[in-house]
Write a protein that binds this ligand. Structure first.
Ligand code: MD3
Ligand code: FE
Length: 208
């Protein structure tokens, strides 16, 4: 696991095909077991209750959930009320390789995109520790990912995130606005029936 990466925004490192096909297949199988234990759910916007187009679940000690009551991290699944399953070892290995010595990740969000799903431009700031980077891994169909600056009106650039690509968002990019404009159907053979899965590893709490 050694990769130079391309800096697509200050502190945002794009590691193309950081995982080869066999490693992607192994990780996909691990994520299928996560989903079997912690079924996908549809997050909803706070207040309005409007559903996201992405479905999601989590693994690790904490999971991010969103419903009419608000956004939060919690240690259990919102429907089953059971603890989230453990993070696959392969994800912890990626964190060790690329997160620059940050304390271990506590949450891995699993976002599942059908062909028409997208994610509007947003910032991720629900974590208490905003000094650790976020690490993202893409599986399946390529998407058009957009990243800007720390103000919503800042200029953006887009890159196509393909299966096996890792993004490390540290430094100023940790608070950059970002989103997924669209998924390119038919661009990968990894997932039967198509679609895209994105995994984001996060440190949530400030370690002692
Ligand atoms: C930049 N996920 O889960 S991954 C999210 O493809 C999220 O599912 C997108 O945005 C997805 O919050 C984008 C790349 C990513 C993830 C987290 C970031 C970029 C980020 C946090 C801060 C800045
Ligand atoms: Fe995000």
């Amino acid at each position: 696991m050694d990769h130079q990466g391309l800096e697509i925004a200050p502190g945002a490192l794009w590691l193309r095909e950081a995982l080869d096909r066999p490693a992607q297949e192994a990780l996909l199988a691990a994520i299928r077991s996560v989903i079997a234990a912690a079924p996908l759910f549809t997050p909803r916007m706070p207040r309005t209750g409007k559903p996201f187009s992405v479905r999601m679940t989590n693994c690790g000690p904490l999971g991010w959930v969103s419903d009419a009551a608000g956004y939060r991290y919690q240690p259990f699944h919102p429907d089953t009320r059971r603890p989230w399953p453990a993070m696959p070892q392969a994800l912890l290995a990626l964190w060790t390789a690329y997160a620059g010595g940050a304390p271990p990740p506590e949450a891995c969000l699993v976002n599942v995109y059908a062909a028409a799903a997208r994610m509007g431009l947003h910032q991720d700031r629900d974590e208490d520790d905003l000094t650790a980077p976020v690490l993202s891994l893409s599986l399946g169909d390529t998407c058009v990912f957009r990243i800007g600056g720390t103000a919503r009106a800042d200029p953006t650039r887009s890159v196509r995130l393909a299966s096996g690509d890792v993004l490390v968002l540290g430094g100023p990019s940790r608070l950059a606005f970002h989103g997924v404009d669209r998924v390119i159907a038919g661009s990968s053979s990894l997932i039967d029936g198509g679609g895209r899965i994105n995994l984001t590893l996060r440190r949530v709490t400030v370690s002692a």
